[in-house]
Write a protein that binds this ligand. Structure first.
Ligand code: MGD
Ligand code: MGD
Ligand code: SF4
Ligand code: MO
Length: 882
């Protein structure tokens, strides 16, 4: 029987129909869910591969030993209470996550801000949405996302501002691709030519951090053309004159703007004209806007343009800050951010009194708490002495990650709630608390369009894992706050939250009032609904009447001036390091690395750079490169591509100590933040690149995951395969290092060993057998070539090794015709680039023809933009040749 639930990954919030069978699962898109109407992307489609119990944290741990829940709860409550008693409420903190459910978020916020009495609860949404939140508050009076997904289909023009939707919100992108086939046009503003840009009508590859200049220039141009909506402004907007005056301070001519943004004048003028002529315009903005030391201003500049043209609250017209995590929005609603109290209320006296009354809270936090980066600074300098981290991996994902690790190392008391047993952050935990994972959790999430959906349990709780809200309530009770935390199920938490949203609500748009009286059965059966919820149901679009949540009902335009990045490039660090996401991985890979099919598209850490930057450095495509900043160094595979803007390099954020210790991006990223939102400038850190120049390299295949042997200077990357783990390595040492590595990997002798050594070439091939099965393989070489890994990886699936394979192992060459080792483009069907190129060469000229011939792109469609690019490239070549 299938159960309707919601995908745990991105903020699209797709509905999933899941059919559990024991501990396994088949999934399909929920055709009745309004977010996806049956579609799923590569990550959603692979959910079934991620729900096994291997690697799960299933019991509480104190230090290295297993503990009972009673003991673990008592320890956490005791240490928090003692710390508060001795050093005050602000000496403790919670760092939480947009991957918690609304019920969890509500409970955590209530405990910290109502009962402990500190504002020190912040969420990883600080790294993600904080700038947009402030921009919304400034413009609309509250953190309100005006539009809905339907607007993305009704729009005639969609502007993607720092948003690689093709990879990060694939199902929404599918919906917009369909609209594009009906005539919708796309403009992408991004320094990189992403797959989103590749597919667009116009790509403005602007210089990093010049968005403000661009959006201000657009507004000035709209004013010059008389394309602003004077009637709308007169009726509904304040601050227009101030913005006009601010714009007049700089040269807003298209020539000057194009020069400063580093884009061709003709393209800029095309964009300005398209925007002016298209009333139904949606401007999507994401991390390229938010993750900036001027993130709030970037958001304001976009909102200004929409307010000045009255393109808001209308079908197909709105500014649209898209959320990243499945429940980033839920955290913003309940008060997961240190800067809001709860339910879109701030820390003014009236709100504090109201929330205090509602909660029956003894000591409501008097003021906002520390924002994420400041919070970890306070951990580092000892102001915070106990921290509880839930559902996030800050040792990987915060900027200047080495500093964050040092802070956690020095912190007297670190508690981590997670569902897996081994994350970079758990390594610092004094107490580890096992949380329920997706598929076990029960509650609600809110997606990018304010739509509340149920995540429903598919499996019984494994081991001793507990729901996050319940762990929080248990700790609160042990701290003596039992009265406020006596819930028995998530429905009770939700109803209390809905009641708070409606409590003394005389103008807060965020209102779930009618849901407060829901029966348990109605909560169980809840259909997706968009807040605000009225007796008539949900609300797709806000501000349709031109009234905003300000005292006078008018929206505010906010003057913003263009400026450069927080840290300009220098002679020592001339490049701009940009970081972000790949198509098939989710953040710190604790879940997507469980699905081998999601590890094929981008198997290991890379740094993408323009040929003109790589050439003079002697860095070839596929070579290892060292990326250095003032904060640290990483080593990653160089990808040389003109899709990268000259002077700017890109690294994915995903790799961790567990998977690729040298390939982590965040030890490089400077902790510069937007002064108002506290959001880090993840998209720009001055950097340089050097060739790594390894003296030897190799790989190691084993049935289990291995960490890099300690004490060796290695670049080590683990790549999960279906039947084994591939570990790639390279080093710069001599034969003694090679011998030490060999000793570390060879382990105890025993079983059959196949071995070939060529000391002259510094080469070694060795395979260990356990019975008839292949158990481990090591290959390394100082000079020669290495064989295809996929061939060897597949040998691990065999029950017994054939004689031909044994011989081939020793020769180090795959028998028969060499297999295709080009990159996998289609994760669902495992189709490689070469196969697709061949099909295109044989006459497949459309996406459908390629899908028909190869299967690529026929399932989730996440790879369709890339295949379209390949078709385009092939066409270009033909034209070139002719
Ligand atoms: N596959 C996948 N999807 C995800 C996630 C994931 O981990 N994996 N995570 C989810 C989460 S939490 C989030 S927040 C979203 C993020 O979704 P996106 O915001 O789409 O993702 P990013 O890759 O972080 O950054 C977007 C783009 O900003 C561009 N950019 C960099 N600097 C600038 C600049 O100065 N100006 C402009 N205009 N653009 C710039 C980058 O080149 C990049 O292409 O994705 C969500 N979806
Ligand atoms: N360089 C760079 N860094 C970035 C970004 C970037 O663009 N560039 N983007 C930033 C952004 S936008 C984001 S959102 C962050 C994301 O960064 P993180 O939040 O650190 O990344 P995740 O891997 O999603 O971490 C979630 C953790 O929670 C666990 N978990 C999952 N579900 C549950 C649950 O229900 N309960 C509990 N208790 N645990 C659970 C997972 O196993 C995992 O360990 O990264 C930020 N860091
Ligand atoms: S787009 Fe993909 S990752 Fe995002 S919610 Fe839908 S299926 Fe999940
Ligand atoms: Mo995010």
């Amino acid at each position: 029987m299938s159960i309707r639930t919601a995908c745990p990954y991105c903020g699209v919030g797709c509905g999933v129909r899941a059919t559990p069978d024991g501990r396994s699962l088949t999934v399909e898109g929920d055709a009745d869910h309004p977010a996806n109407l049956g579609r799923l992307c590569s990550k959603g489609s692979a959910l079934g591969s991620t729900v096994g119990l291997e690697g799960r944290l299933l019991h509480p741990m104190i230090g290295a030993r297993r503990a009972s829940w009673n003991e673990a709860i008592a320890r956490v409550a005791g240490r928090f209470s003692e710390t508060i008693a001795r050093h005050g409420p602000d000496s403790v903190a919670f760092y939480v996550s947009g991957q918690l459910l609304t019920e969890d978020y509500y409970a955590a916020n209530k405990l910290m801000k109502g009962f402990i009495g500190s504002g020190n609860i912040d969420t990883n949404s600080r790294l993600c949405m904080a700038s947009a939140v402030i921009a919304h508050k400034l413009a609309f009076g509250a953190d309100l996302v005006p539009g809905c997904y339907e607007d993305l289909e009704l729009a005639d023009l969609v502007v993607f501002s720092g948003h690689n939707a093709a990879w990060t919100h694939p199902v929404l992108f599918r919906r917009m691709e369909a609209a594009r086939a009906r005539g919708q046009r796309h403009v992408v503003i991004d320094p990189r030519r992403t797959d989103t840009a590749e597919a667009a009508d116009l790509h403005l590859a602007l210089a990093p951090q010049t968005d403000l200049r661009l959006w201000n220039g657009l507004l000035a141009d709209l004013m010059r053309r008389g394309a602003v909506d004077r009637a709308y402004i007169a009726a509904h907007v304040a601050g227009f004159a101030d913005v006009e005056a601010e714009l007049a301070r700089a040269d807003q001519s298209p020539q000057a703007v194009a020069a400063d943004c580093g884009v061709p004048l003709a393209d800029l003028e095309t964009f300005f004209r398209m925007f002016a002529e298209t009333p139904r315009t949606v401007s999507l903005f994401s991390m390229g806007a938010n993750q900036s030391a001027q993130g709030v201003a970037k958001g304001s500049a976009i909102l200004n343009v929409h307010l000045a043209t009255g393109r808001i609250g209308k079908p197909g017209a709105c500014p649209f800050s898209i959320t990243g995590q499945p429940n980033a929005m839920g955290g913003r609603e309940t008060g997961g951010m240190a800067t809001t109290l709860a339910g879109h209320m701030d820390f003014d006296e009236a709100a504090r009194a109201r929330v205090g009354r509602f909660w029956g809270a003894p000591r409501v936090a008097p003021a906002p708490g520390l924002k994420a980066v400041d919070m970890f600074d306070a951990v580092a300098d000892g102001r915070i002495k106990a921290i509880w981290i839930m559902a996030t991996n800050p040792a990987v994902s915060l900027p200047d990650a080495s500093r964050v690790r040092a802070a956690l190392e020095a912190c007297p008391f670190v508690v981590v709630s997670d569902c897996v047993a081994d994350t970079d952050t758990l390594a610092f935990a004094h107490v580890k608390l096992p949380a329920l994972a997706w598929g076990e959790k029960d509650g609600t999430v809110t997606n990018s369009e304010r739509r509340i959906s149920r995540q429903r349990p598919l499996f019984a709780p494994p081991g001793e894992a507990r729901a996050d809200w319940r762990i929080i309530a248990d700790v609160a009770t042990a701290m003596g706050f039992g009265d406020g935390f006596g819930w028995r199920n998530p429905g009770q938490v939700f109803r209390e939250w809905a009641r708070l949203s409606a409590y003394e609500n005389t103008g807060r748009v965020l209102n779930l009032g009618p849901m407060a009286g829901m029966s348990p059965e109605a909560y169980e059966a809840l259909e997706p609904v968009q807040w605000p919820v009225t007796a008539a149901g949900g609300t797709p679009r806000l501000f349709t009447d031109g009234r905003f949540q300000t005292a006078d009902g008018r929206a505010r335009m906010v003057p913003v001036a263009a400026r450069g990045p927080a840290q300009p490039a220098t002679a020592a660090f001339p490049l701009s390091l940009n970081t972000g996401r790949v198509r098939d991985h989710w953040h710190t890979m604790t879940r997507t690395a469980l699905a081998p099919e999601l590890c094929r598209h981008a198997p290991e850490p890379y740094v993408e750079m323009h040929p003109a930057d790589a050439g003079p450095l002697g860095i070839a495509d596929g070579a290892l490169a060292r990326v250095q900043t003032a904060q640290g160094e990483a080593v990653a595979l160089a990808r040389i591509s003109d899709r990268q803007r000259r002077g700017s390099i890109f690294m994915p954020m995903h790799w961790t100590e567990a998977l690729a210790p040298a390939g982590r991006s965040n030890p490089l990223v400077a902790a510069e933040v937007d002064p108002r939102s506290g959001q880090p400038e993840f998209k720009h850190t001055p950097a340089r690149v050097r060739a790594y120049r390894e003296t030897w390299r190799g790989f190691f295949l084993a049935r289990d995951a291995w960490r890099a042997p300690s004490g060796l200077d290695l670049v080590w990357r683990r790549i999960p395969h279906a039947a084994c783990q591939l570990h790639e390595f390279a080093g710069r040492g001599d034969e003694r290092e090679r011998a030490a590595l060999h000793r570390a990997l060879a382990g105890k002798p025993g079983g059959d060993v196949l071995r070939f050594e060529d000391p002259g070439a510094g080469s070694l091939r060795e395979a260990w057998l356990a019975g008839e099965r292949l158990d481990r393989v090591i290959f390394f070489t100082a000079a020669g070539a290495l064989p295809p890994r996929d061939w060897l990886a597949e040998l691990f699936a065999a029950e017994s090794l054939a004689a031909a394979d044994r011989a081939a192992l020793l020769i180090g060459r795959q028998p028969g015709t060499p297999s295709d080792t080009s990159a996998i483009v289609c994760a669902c069907r495992g189709v490689r680039a070469r196969r697709i190129e061949t099909a295109i060469g044989e006459g497949c000229a459309t996406l459908d023809a390629v899908a028909e011939a190869t299967g690529a792109g026929a399932n989730c469609g996440s790879c369709r933009p890339e295949i379209a690019r390949m078709i385009g490239a092939a066409r270009g070549e033909v034209r070139h040749a002719a």
